[in-house]
Design a protein around this ligand. Structure first.
Ligand SMILES: [Fe+2]
Ligand SMILES: [Fe+2]
Length: 294
């Protein structure tokens, strides 16, 4: 009997370094507001991130996870030191690198410094290999990973720097959406279960649009592009709540991983794929370990 393919999907771990280690020059940007928010208490919700990631690694090993998907927001302020720390903490999950698939979140490219996208790539380049690089439209995206004969993961990047402190919206560049449409027609993807991943949520848990200043501004176009997928799932994070839902625009179910490490909100998903049949199991935190909620 074949064992199912097991995929762990987690997100929004928001690793933060202590703010006193932040170079003074970095304060003259949107980061100043973000840092003040951290000082005012947001950071304490992510105090135990290191211990929780160690527990998540144990969960991965005990549950024979084959593939790991992370939908971004590794950091709080997009600092190089935070990205480096996140990379170090997750290193054991990235072996072999082809079994780890990721996209950046808005916090990972927090402010525009000319090199914000490169900083993410610098830390995560070993897990950004693309099986069909001819579909790339800017940077690494879309990134396609073929998983055996039965599945494929298509990653599109919806994160961008937002210089204004009160804006944290995202957008999938139109050229990536166009490429996604072409990818879905590619012979090599036919008959596979398709996981389309991005950071931003195309819909909230109640099926509504996210707020204009916080959401994916071209969510409708994204869902329209995915409407041709017969057998698949759309995976994302950004909203710190673990949920799943069906929306009328697509046959694929939507899954938000929520935050794996935010105190009181910890959650993620395991997808078990057998042939074309996918079962999703929600994972929670009991104070010591990650475990299935049902
Ligand atoms: Fe987040
Ligand atoms: Fe986010």
């Amino acid at each position: 009997m074949n064992t199912p393919l097991r995929i762990l999907h987690f997100s929004d771990i928001h690793v933060n370094i202590q703010i006193r280690h932040m170079h003074w020059k970095k304060w003259f940007s949107k980061r100043a507001i973000g840092a003040v928010n951290l000082l005012r208490g947001r950071a304490k919700y992510f105090d135990e991130t290191e211990e929780k990631l160690a527990a998540l690694l144990r969960f991965k090993e005990e549950n024979s996870i084959d593939i790991v998907i992370n939908t971004g927001d590794y950091t709080a302020l997009g600092l190089k030191s935070e990205l480096t720390l996140a990379r170090q903490m997750l290193e054991p999950m990235m072996t072999p690198p082809q079994n780890y698939i990721t996209v950046p979140g808005n916090h990972d490219i927090y402010v525009h410094e000319g090199n914000s996208h490169y900083r993410f790539s610098e830390q995560f380049c070993s897990v950004l290999q693309n099986d069909l690089p001819e579909y790339c439209r800017g940077g690494h995206w879309p990134l396609i990973r073929l998983v055996g004969d039965e599945a494929a993961v298509i990653a599109v990047n919806s994160a961008r720097p937002n210089p204004l402190p009160w804006v944290s919206s995202g957008e999938i560049p139109p050229e990536q959406l166009e490429s996604l449409g072409d990818i879905l027609k590619d012979e090599r993807l036919q008959g596979r279960f398709l996981f389309v991943i991005t950071h931003y949520a195309p819909r909230l848990s109640n099926g509504q649009d996210d707020k204009k200043l916080h959401g994916l501004i071209n969510a409708d176009e994204f869902l329209k592009t995915c409407s041709g997928i017969e057998n698949g799932a759309i995976l994302f994070g950004h909203i710190h709540k673990t949920y799943r839902l069906h929306v009328p625009e697509v046959k694929s179910e939507l899954f938000c991983a929520g935050s794996a490490t935010m105190e009181g909100h910890e959650g993620c998903w395991v997808y078990e794929l057998e042939g074309q049949n996918m079962e999703a199991r929600q994972v929670g935190w009991n104070g010591k370990e990650y475990c299935f909620t049902a």
